[in-house]
Design a protein around this ligand. Structure first.
Ligand SMILES: [Zn+2]
Ligand SMILES: [Zn+2]
Ligand SMILES: [Zn+2]
Length: 154
């Protein structure tokens, strides 16, 4: 988990696509057309998207049916390699705006509009990981999500 003074970079648009492909290639994986399409589609969504949402949109774009299962496998690869974040309570995914930098991302998930606001707090995740460590539990991925009502729905 990142130190306090690392050079944290948030990306969007083309720079996000470049950062994502660079991270995946650095991990020894290929940046195929299909993977690029899934990532682009994911990044286009402002709210967490499911494998089904992405498969539907990609099927329309590519003019042939894309199976949700193949999208799911790519999303799984993205999560493993820090390109995508899984919002557990929404059973959906967001493009990771910081693919070059690993954090235990925290989500504020709106019960009304479904928007998931992404925040990073190393202090919070350190505390959560310490709880696991005290019990000799090997924490792999803390899931920290707050359900509620966002500012625009309030
Ligand atoms: Zn960072
Ligand atoms: Zn984050
Ligand atoms: Zn809302």
């Amino acid at each position: 988990m990142g130190k306090h003074n690392h050079s944290h970079q948030e990306h969007s648009g083309d720079s996000l696509m470049d950062a994502a492909s660079a991270s995946l290639i650095a991990a020894g994986e290929q940046w195929t057309n299909m993977r690029a399409d899934v990532f682009e589609e994911l990044a286009r969504h402002e709210k967490p998207a499911s494998a089904y949402d992405i498969a539907d949109n990609l099927s329309a774009k590519r003019g042939k049916r894309v199976a949700p299962n193949s999208v799911y496998r790519i999303l799984d690869l993205f999560v493993t390699n820090n390109l995508a974040l899984r919002v557990e309570s929404s059973n959906a995914y967001l493009a990771n705006s910081h693919p070059g930098c690993t954090h235990d991302c925290i989500f504020l998930v709106c019960d009304d509009c479904g928007e998931a606001t992404h925040v990073d707090s190393d202090d919070v995740s350190r505390t959560v990981r310490a709880i696991a460590e005290q019990r000799n539990f090997a924490a792999r991925r803390p899931v920290i999500e707050i359900r509620g009502i966002c500012a625009s729905c309030n």
